[in-house]
Design a protein around this ligand. Structure first.
Ligand code: MG
Length: 157
């Protein structure tokens, strides 16, 4: 068994789509990023890479590389998942938390989890997505940023 954790934070800016776990979420602002800014998938990628001590998302997909400009993070996630499988591992479970002040994600978290399961080819109930606010504190609480955390457990498949 191998365990990995990931964390990410992006500034929010008006006029960008908010994409979480590959799903567009209706919002006034979205994540500022070189890619599509899917903060949840970025945390998940770092957890997958971390579980196998393969570095971090910046090592694999450098922001300086024009190939990754505005790229869907779903594509990056699929590449990383392929690498996990190539090394003989499968996902036991994934547990994620998104911290965002607005919009409230209560109505979206199940759909995001099911979407991640579909993207990763995992059974229903393998991925958990939880949603929190920062209770008005700090940059996340002020609506200036979105944050995500992820933990994954892998085993030899
Ligand atoms: Mg990121």
């Amino acid at each position: 068994m191998r365990v990995g954790q990931g964390w990410d934070l992006h500034l929010l800016t008006a006029g960008r789509p908010l994409i979480l776990g590959g799903l567009p979420i209706p919002a006034d602002s979205g994540c500022l990023a070189h890619s599509d800014g899917d903060v949840l998938i970025h945390a998940l990628i770092d957890a997958l890479l971390g579980a196998l001590a393969l570095g971090d998302i910046g090592d694999h997909f450098p922001p300086s590389d024009p190939r990754y400009r505005d790229i869907s993070s779903v594509i990056l996630l699929k590449q990383v998942m392929e690498e996990v499988r190539d090394r003989g591992y499968g996902v036991v479970n994934v547990d994620c938390t998104v911290i965002l002040e607005s919009p409230r994600l209560t109505g979206y978290k199940a759909a995001i989890a099911r979407n991640l399961e579909a993207l990763l080819g995992l059974a229903a109930g393998t991925v958990s997505v939880k949603a929190k606010t920062a209770e008005g504190t700090g940059p996340v609480g002020a609506g200036k940023a979105a944050e995500a955390k992820a933990v994954v457990l892998l085993d030899r498949s």
